[in-house]
Ligand binder design. Structure first.
Ligand SMILES: Cc1cc2nc3c(=O)[nH]c(=O)nc-3n(C[C@H](O)[C@H](O)[C@H](O)COP(=O)(O)O)c2cc1C
Length: 257
């Protein structure tokens, strides 16, 4: 009989390397929430949109506790200045800015620490950069290595055209400089958390995105978070299967028009 640890390791490796349950609720949900090219677009009448956007909860009869004015420090200035930007002027961004954005989104600070929190420290997310106009960096798709703080070049063709065909705001790509693509390799977190890992991956993508948006705002750059995309077009661009590793969130950046 083998050592009990052998079994654990084999199971763990099997989970991590893809003995997956395609009928797991998270897999079914992910598949069913994909956007395809032929799917009906999300639409809402202007009237319904106005009403829906006013949704909030108020405890009308509860005793109110007044709050002091929110502090206004540098971080508050950045948070309140952030807005989604969808028109860019085509000017290239500096490589140092791209580098800072990648680092602040997901970078490693040494001693196992990173710039974003992660459930159990398992870091299921990966970051790719589709480079269009960045000073000193040829266009192409690159993958960010957070431990080395380097970019690995995957392609040398301009990827922004492919992203234009994947999103529902193609005009935004016209003058954009780059697009950050956040993916999840769910197995890294599922190995410990099972189905709960799916939630964690989505939460963590939100952390990475907010870091990106605030870092871009702080540097005077425009940015737009994009969750509306034809999933498989991004998967094809990156070269991932959309199951083991799937695209979760994209961030268009550039100089505002
Ligand atoms: C999860 C998520 C997905 C989004 N996806 C898109 C998108 O696909 N296209 C787009 O133009 N904006 C997208 N946005 C941006 C929202 O439209 C925007 O945040 C909202 O209108 C509020 O405006 P603000 O960001 O300027 O405060 C997304 C935002 C979030 C949080």
């Amino acid at each position: 009989m083998g050592h009990p640890l052998d079994t654990d390791l084999t199971d763990a490796r099997r989970q991590l390397l893809g003995a997956r349950d395609l009928f797991a609720p998270s897999e079914l949900f992910h598949e069913n929430s994909k956007i395809t090219a032929s799917a009906a677009h999300f639409t809402m009448s202007a009237g319904a949109l106005t009403v829906a956007a006013r949704g909030f909860k108020r405890f009308q009869h509860a005793l109110r506790e007044p709050l002091p004015r929110a502090d206004h420090d540098q971080l508050a200035d950045i948070i309140t200045a952030r807005r989604s930007c969808r028109t860019f002027n085509g000017a290239p961004i500096a490589l140092s800015d791209l580098s800072s954005l990648a680092y602040l989104a997901m970078g490693a600070q040494g001693e196992g620490r990173r710039c974003l929190p992660s459930a159990g420290g398992l870091y299921p997310l990966d970051l790719y950069v589709a480079v269009g106009a960045v000073d000193g960096l040829a266009p192409g798709l690159l993958h960010y290595d957070p431990l080395e703080h380097t970019l690995s070049r995957l392609t040398e063709t301009d990827p922004l055209r492919a992203i234009r065909d994947a999103v529902f705001i193609p005009e935004a790509l016209d003058g954009a400089a780059a697009v950050f693509l956040i993916t999840a390799v769910f197995g890294r977190s599922k190995i410990k958390y099972g189905e709960r890992a799916y939630r964690f991956a989505l939460m963590e993508a939100g952390h990475a995105m907010q870091n990106l948006l605030l870092a871009a705002t702080d540097r005077g750059m425009g940015s737009c978070p994009v969750g509306g995309f034809i999933d498989d077009r991004l998967h094809d661009l990156i070269g991932i299967d959309g199951v083991e590793e799937a695209a979760l969130y994209a961030c268009i950046v550039g100089h505002p028009a």
